[in-house]
Design a protein around this ligand. Sequence first.
Ligand SMILES: [Zn+2]
Length: 250
Amino acid sequence: MLSLQRLVAELDAWMSPASFQDYAPNGVQIEGREQIQRLALGVTASATVIEQALAWHADALLVHHGYFWKNEPPTLTGMKGRRIKRFCQADVSLLAYHLPLDCHPEFGNNVALMGHLGWDRYEAVDSQGLIWVATLPVPLTPTALAEHIEARLLRAPTVITAESIGPISRIALCTGGAQDYLSRAAAIGVDAYLSGEISERTTHEARELGVTYFAAGHHATERYGVQALGQRIRDHLGIEVAFFDEDNPA
Ligand SMILES: [Zn+2]
């Protein structure tokens, strides 16, 4: 057993959410019961993940994508109202960590994804850890790298191949919806850039900037940070954790 207050104090100490300018509140978003024995984990606090967590008798759910995003309507109606009502009815808390969970140098989405892809030579490009550059263990053609990504993430990436010389050796990476960092990746001087989503404009940018782009899925690239964090919570705080997922091709 662990108090919610202690859990949040530990998470805040590990991730320093106050040092990020984020699009949603980090930490407790919905406050439920005081004591935590079972902590459910998920990428997104969707209705399916909520029901999976409640069926497991979770005391709290910790996700990467919570609620109360900037510019969304503040009213608790419709889909949003139904989701939040389930937490309140069950007296279960919702905790969310967005950018602090993307950027963490040990268990963040970026480093957890690189670890999952078998890459261990990498460094952050910026001080926060938003964009990273990895050197592949062996240089790969775009096709071979796409096959590797598909084998590890169980989802085929969309690949925009730039006309470049030779195979990919250095690749920049930022999980989620970070396709618009492509020009920053190009400025770093990498062979390729990997993120989750792709926009129409991304295709032209990749071709014209000469950087091969891999859209490996927003959800698919952000499944590993919260699981790595869960492992750390289990090891350091001794509560039960379980990861729940809802298939999402986007
Ligand atoms: Zn995301």
